[in-house]
Design a protein around this ligand. Structure first.
Ligand SMILES: [Zn+2]
Length: 266
């Protein structure tokens, strides 16, 4: 008999996470479409991007409606982009993994707010080359409160300073040397919030992994598409990916690194 919630089998957590994540993913689609235009994410209700007809609640079930309607608007029969169900599915799977990893804990609740924000940031930065203030600015106090709860106030505050400070210096240095903006203000605000949330060690990890992933992608891009060096590749998606890795595996990767490469006391 299950006496308390911590005795539930793990797949129940994943299932709850998946269903919850699919719904959140549907809302993430609204945010991705509207935040860059500074429109309300609440009103009006979702409508078809082609014919503008409001989508009925029963046609707005994440993933399922897309399959039932065969990817077409019920009214105008125009094709609906595969990106919408893909975002729902990705958010659903990430939330399933999150709930599996953390169970019904405060950490899970904190990251259940962060993970969809990472999905939204990624898509908006790819499309518009911005990370919206409406996410990063509230993200800083959120990061400080949640980070203080998880890692202590000192670590959270230091994470904000290390992350934000490092990126600010890089941006300022690049601007003075080249006379043009290299790194955007959105990246600085983002990494400050991520630092406050994850602490100073993890924010260095996030910057390292983000730069590595961005560098690899940039090198492939230069080879394949003949992008010239420093042509503007949005950094947000790589930082978001690195933050995701930090949330799920950051602690264990750093423990492994310290165990393997740091001299051990005799
Ligand atoms: Zn339509």
């Amino acid at each position: 008999m299950i006496e308390n919630i911590s005795q539930l089998p793990p797949w129940i957590y994943s299932l709850v996470g998946l269903v919850f994540g699919l719904m959140v993913g549907s809302f993430a689609n609204v945010c991705i479409a509207r935040l860059p235009k500074k429109q309300s994410v609440v009103f009006p209700a979702s409508h078809c991007p082609h014919c503008n007809k409001p989508i009925h609640v029963t046609d707005n079930i994440p993933l399922i409606s897309y399959i039932l309607l065969k990817g077409k608007c019920r009214n105008c029969k125009q094709k609906i982009s595969l990106i919408y169900p893909a975002i729902e599915l990705i958010t659903g799977l990430l939330m399933a993994a999150l709930f599996y990893r953390f169970g019904f804990t405060w950490e899970c609740l904190i990251f259940a707010i962060v993970v969809p924000a990472l999905v939204i940031i990624t898509m908006i930065d790819i499309e518009h080359q911005i990370i919206p203030d409406v996410i990063t600015l509230p993200g800083i106090p959120f990061g400080l409160v949640a980070g203080s709860y998880m890692n202590g106030m000192w670590d959270s505050f230091l994470g904000l300073l290390v992350g934000g400070g490092l990126f600010w210096l890089l941006a300022e240095g690049y601007f003075r040397m080249r006379g043009k903006v290299g790194m955007g203000g959105g990246d600085i605000k983002y990494i400050a919030a991520a630092g406050a949330l994850m602490g100073w060690v993890q924010v260095l990890f996030i910057i390292f992994i983000g730069a590595l992933a961005g560098g690899i992608f940039g090198a492939i891009g230069m080879g394949v598409k003949k992008l010239d060096f420093l042509s503007r590749i949005p950094f947000g998606p790589f930082l978001a990916l690195a933050t995701l890795i930090s949330i799920f595996f950051g602690g264990s990767i750093i423990d492994w690194y310290l165990d393997t490469f740091m001299p051990k006391p005799l």
